[in-house]
Design a binder for this molecule. Structure first.
Ligand code: ZN
Length: 460
């Protein structure tokens, strides 16, 4: 019997989940899909210990969990690691799907007025709870999140994530110029707020602090220097910002920082590029920038739905692969139009198609799970179904509605008929998963688990 969404599990009980298990053991190949790095275990039991950690998996055909295991039977459904959204703005749920602007006027017209409201603790707390519940309702169990400039907004997100046991990386936004009254801080005030937040939340449970520079335009050189100092003073801090999203923005940065070689170089000079740095977009970069990303270990959070919606440009993933810098995938709500990762991956495919390349489903899914976890230094905790990781999981219907159901049946027939003694057929399995990735959305979500506890994601 399917117990999803109904029963709260008694605390600290061993859990066995039956489903088709899909995750990655290594980075898949770029271009034509092969099975390199793909681990597909159809109809298996995933075993989760009392500590919420994955213990292993067994084929259902030859194994039945004993009576001391609570069983959740999701047979015929797809179980994957919970998605990791590496760039998203909690307060921007208020302005998602706002008409008629590109990046700079979108900020001024919609985003800044919305963010001002989060100065109020009640608004911030409501917003944080709504946002994290919405992530879970889209099968996303971990995220790197922008709060607002207000300390209370980051506080609210950390507290709400702790309550839910979720993995969260966030921080108070730094902005001391080119922003309206009520959304500006200053160097010393910001430093004090960051220090207090780091003290209280960084490394507490599953929370980590990110030094959060909105973008080069809204911080003075003095504030960028302070941000770099914070990162050097505290071990394990993340850094998140935006880079080279839009051509007008790039031109403005060049005017504000004439001494820098490029937009990305502004951050490098402030000591902000390192292996825990997450930079959204990275559309208008050159080869020198890409080499700098590779050499510092920083990652680009590619945000396809946002880039299409705001008309920012087409991210060059092929160039990232060629030079070897890290890429993860993110929704960037509210510039992005959905928190749903399958929809976002489908948009990523279309962006690459417009560039003349074909993104395979394995590369896309890896970038939103294990790839993101590795880029964040968190693959010991999340991103795959390996032993010892926390069971942050999402279970998906392979298909919803007549069109997807028919398409899945066609793909499943191909998977079965092509099953060769040599092992799994690469192309038919990819065809099925690609069709799922392209057609699925949050209505396909069947169950969500955070650290081995089932979440009632439909309560809202
Ligand atoms: Zn953003």
């Amino acid at each position: 019997m399917n117990t999803a969404h109904k029963l709260a599990r008694t605390p600290a009980q061993k859990l066995a989940l039956r489903a088709d298990l899909l995750d990655f053991t290594a980075a898949p190949s770029w271009g034509s899909p092969t099975l390199h790095g793909v681990r597909f275990r159809p109809d298996h039991w995933l075993m989760v210990g009392e500590d919420g950690r994955i213990q292993g998996a067994e084929p259902a055909a030859s194994f039945t969990p004993g009576p001391d295991w609570q069983r959740h039977d999701h047979r015929g459904q797809l179980l994957i690691p919970g998605f990791i959204d590496t760039h998203v703005h909690a307060p921007q749920l208020d302005v998602i799907a706002s008409w008629g602007t590109g990046l700079l006027d979108w900020l001024e017209t919609y985003t800044f007025p919305a963010e001002q409201r989060h100065a109020h603790p009640e608004v911030a707390a409501d917003g944080a709870a709504r946002f994290l519940d919405a992530l879970l309702a889209h099968g996303t169990t971990a995220a790197v999140v922008f709060a607002t400039v207000h300390r209370t907004s980051a506080e609210a997100l950390f507290a709400a994530a702790a309550q839910r046991g979720m993995r969260l990386v966030t921080g108070k936004v730094l902005m001391d110029r080119n922003a309206p009254e009520g959304l500006r801080d200053d160097v010393e005030g910001a430093r004090a707020d960051c220090e207090a937040l780091i003290q209280r939340w960084h490394g507490q449970g599953r929370n980590s602090y990110a030094v959060t520079v909105r973008f080069a335009v809204t911080s003075t050189p003095e504030q960028l220097a302070m941000a770099g100092e914070l990162g050097r003073r505290h071990a394990g801090l993340y850094m998140q910002t935006h880079v080279a999203e839009n051509r007008d923005e790039v031109a403005w940065v060049a005017k504000l920082f004439p001494e820098a070689r490029s937009y990305l170089d502004v951050y490098h000079r402030a000591g902000l590029l390192h292996e825990r740095a997450v930079l959204a977009h990275g559309i208008w970069l050159d080869t020198g920038d890409r080499a700098l990303l590779r050499d510092t270990g920083a990652q680009i959070a590619h945000c396809p739905s946002s880039n299409l919606f705001l008309g920012s440009g087409l991210f060059d993933w092929q160039a990232a692969v060629d030079i070897g810098h890290r890429v993860s995938i993110a929704t960037d709500v509210g510039g992005g139009t959905t928190l749903c990762m399958p929809r976002t991956l489908a948009e990523a495919y279309k962006v690459q198609a417009l560039r003349g390349t074909r993104l395979n489903a394995w590369t896309a899914l890896h970038a939103a799970t294990r790839g993101a976890a590795e880029a964040l230094g968190l693959s010991h905790e999340i991103g795959h179904l390996g032993e010892g990781t926390l069971a942050d999981l999402a279970v998906w219907h392979w298909a919803q509605g007549p069109v997807a159901t028919h398409r899945d049946a066609v793909a499943t027939g191909a998977v079965l008929s092509a099953a060769a003694p040599a092992g799994l057929p690469a192309q038919p399995l990819h065809a099925r998963v690609f069709a799922w990735m392209t057609l699925a959305d949050e209505r396909n979500l069947a169950a969500v688990y955070v650290a081995g506890r089932q979440v009632n994601f439909r309560r809202a």
